[in-house]
Every structure is written in structure tokens, then in C-alpha cells.
Design a protein around this ligand. Structure first.
Ligand SMILES: Nc1nc2c(ncn2[C@@H]2O[C@H](COP(=O)(O)OP(=O)(O)O)[C@@H](O)[C@H]2O)c(=O)[nH]1
Ligand SMILES: [Mg+2]
Length: 325
């Protein structure tokens, strides 16, 4: 064999090997795997269980109705559920296994493909945590600071929920437990002033990331939104706020979604932290949230402890929903 032929053969062999390796890797990412499934609590396997009857009776009209009902019951939302079932149906899968695999693909494709990591590239990065009272903002600040600290970042938290003294104390307690600096204000004081102080302190101490906890009382809505805008302005300084994360309680379902539209109008959201997924069987809300707010879910809350938060991964999450117990 002459040299050019040999070269071509080697190149072809390498390309084939690469394609094979790639295909194997794709196959090895089974949609039914999730490390977090144990922690997802009631949500894990919720669709798998609801749909067991649908698959087992063979694929006919009632199957598609049952799937749609299952998706709606899991809080996926009407629009996305209809879209997914229509696509599934019109693709005419021949076996229940094919249909289940396609359902997973369709559900994942309903989710945002925007990057889900935090963008904290500034010399001093600022993260604003906003959302309705009781959704888990303060806990999320604690969880995020623990995670960032683990990544080697120097973190400072600012308690800009000055509405209740207890809110500042709660954050102080967390900060102490996690081992990060905290700046608090006077009860009833101007929250934007706390933000200013927190950022000044962070700059002076060579901090990498400042996390700002805010108040979320909805009964003073107008006031709250004005306050948030001011907080955002102060946090941005001459630049921009690196991340504005909306904390949303998964157990509040579609109602919770309706409540947060005003937040999205008041400040430019960059991500969502969906909390309390351990306490609901309606994990499909992730899909409704992204569909309706157009902002990626970056983290999911899976408990009250400081380590009970994970980055959101669409493949493994959908896999866990569809798990068959
Ligand atoms: N089960 C569960 N509880 C959570 C989660 N996140 C927060 N909580 C609880 O929800 C309650 C309100 O949390 P908090 O951080 O004070 O909410 P905030 O008012 O938005 O600051 C507390 O009892 C938290 O322990 C979560 O992911 N799972
Ligand atoms: Mg709070």
C-alpha cells in the first residue's frame, strides 16, 4: 500500500473511532439517571409513576390524554403540555419505550438552552437576591455563599431586608455558620444604604462576591418595587449587577408565577432559584417557569440545610421526573 492511501485509511479510521466514541457517550447519558433523585423527594418519579398506566395499556388516544393529564398535574403548564403531547403524538412512536424516550427529549427541549452558571467575572461581583417573602431568599443567600466559599471565593453578604430586625439576625446567624462576612443595617433603615455599605466594605476587604438579601413583602408592592429599583441602581454603581436571581417557591405552583411578574419588570432578572422542590410533587413547574418568565433556572433548592441546593441540569432533572420506581 502506498503512503497516501495509508494516510487516508488512518484518517478514516480515526474519524470513525471518534464518531463511535461520541455516539457511545451520547448513549451513556441515559435520560433516566439523576444523582439528585433521592433528594428531589416527592418530585422524583412523579411523571414516571403517573404515566405507568398510560404506557402499559398500549399506545392509543387514551395514552396521549393520560400523558397530558400527568404533565398538567406535575405543573408543566397548559401550553407546554399541549405542545409536548402534540409533538409526541404526531411522531407516531411505535413502542412505549420509544415514546418515553421521545417524551424526555421533548421535555428537555422545552427548557432554556442558555448557560446556567453564574457569571461572576467582575473584580467585585454583585449578586442580588429578590423574591416574595418566605420563598427562601435568606436561605439561598446562605447556600450560595457556602458554595462560592467552597469554590475559593471571598464572600460578603449584605442584609438589605431591613423591614424586620429578625431578617438581619437570621442572615447574621447563617453568615457565622458558613464563615463569611456580613453587613447589616438598622431595622426600618434604607435598604439601599445597606447595599452601599456592603459594597464599600467588600471593596475595602478584597472580597470577590457580594450577595445582597432583600425584603419581599408584597402588601407594600409599589413601595417594594421602587425600593428594589433603587437597590439595583446602588448595587450596579458605575457598572452592572452581575446576577439578579429571583427566588421562587416551587410549592406555590402557577400562583407563585403570577406573583413574580412585577419583579421581572422592576429589575432585569438573570436567573431563577427554584426552592422547596423537595416538598412538592409538582416538579414540572421548572418548565412552566422558564416558558413563562424566559429566564433560566440556575439552581434548585432541595431542603433547608446549607448544602441542599444544586445547579439545575435539564437532562438529569427530566430523567428523575420520568424515573420508574
Ligand atoms: N424544604 C425546603 N425548605 C426551604 C428551602 N429553602 C428555604 N426553605 C425554608 O423556607 C422558609 C423561608 O425561608 P427564608 O430563607 O427565610 O425565606 P425569605 O423570606 O424569602 O428570606 C424557611 O423555613 C426555610 O428553611 C428548600 O429548598 N426546601
Ligand atoms: Mg429573608
Amino acid at each position: 500500500m502506498d503512503t497516501p492511501t495509508l494516510t487516508i485509511l488512518i484518517v478514516v479510521a480515526v474519524v470513525l473511532a471518534l464518531i463511535g466514541y461520541w455516539a457511545l457517550r451520547r448513549r451513556r447519558r441515559p435520560v433516566t439517571r439523576i444523582e439528585a433523585s433521592g433528594r428531589l423527594g416527592k418530585t422524583a418519579g412523579v411523571l414516571g409513576a403517573a404515566l405507568r398506566g398510560a404506557w402499559d395499556s398500549g399506545l392509543d388516544d387514551s395514552t396521549w390524554d393520560e400523558i397530558e393529564e400527568g404533565l398538567l398535574a406535575a405543573d408543566v403548564g397548559v401550553e407546554a403540555s399541549t405542545r409536548v403531547v402534540q409533538a409526541l403524538r404526531s411522531s407516531k412512536p411505535e413502542t412505549a419505550d420509544d415514546a418515553r424516550e421521545l417524551l424526555a427529549v421533548l421535555l428537555v427541549s422545552e427548557l432554556d438552552d442558555a448557560p446556567r452558571m453564574l457569571h461572576l467575572d467582575s473584580e467585585l461581583s454583585t449578586v442580588l437576591i429578590v423574591g416574595v417573602n418566605g420563598t427562601g431568599k435568606t436561605t439561598t443567600v446562605a447556600k450560595l455563599s457556602a458554595r462560592l466559599k467552597r469554590d475559593g471565593k471571598k464572600v460578603l453578604v449584605g442584609a438589605a431586608d431591613t423591614f424586620r430586625a429578625a431578617a438581619g439576625e437570621q442572615l447574621e446567624l447563617w453568615a457565622e455558620r458558613v464563615g463569611v462576612d456580613v453587613v447589616t443595617g438598622q431595622e426600618g433603615g434604607d435598604p439601599a444604604a445597606v447595599v452601599f455599605d456592603a459594597i464599600s466594605a467588600a471593596r475595602a476587604r478584597g472580597v470577590d462576591v457580594v450577595l445582597i438579601d432583600t425584603a419581599g413583602r408584597l402588601h407594600a408592592k409599589k413601595n417594594l418595587m421602587g425600593e428594589l429599583k433603587k437597590i439595583h441602581r446602588v448595587a450596579a454603581g458605575d457598572g452592572e449587577v452581575d446576577e439578579v436571581l429571583l427566588v421562587l417557591d416551587a410549592t406555590a405552583g402557577q400562583n407563585g408565577l403570577a406573583q413574580v411578574r412585577e419583579f421581572a419588570e422592576a429589575v432585569p432578572l438573570s436567573g431563577i432559584v427554584l426552592t422547596k422542590l423537595d416538598g412538592t410533587a409538582k416538579g414540572g413547574i421548572v418548565i412552566a417557569v422558564e416558558n413563562q418568565l424566559g429566564v433560566p433556572v440556575k439552581f434548585i433548592g432541595l431542603g433547608e440545610g446549607v448544602d441542599d441546593m444544586e445547579p439545575f441540569d435539564p437532562d438529569s432533572f427530566v430523567g428523575a421526573l420520568l424515573e420508574r420506581s
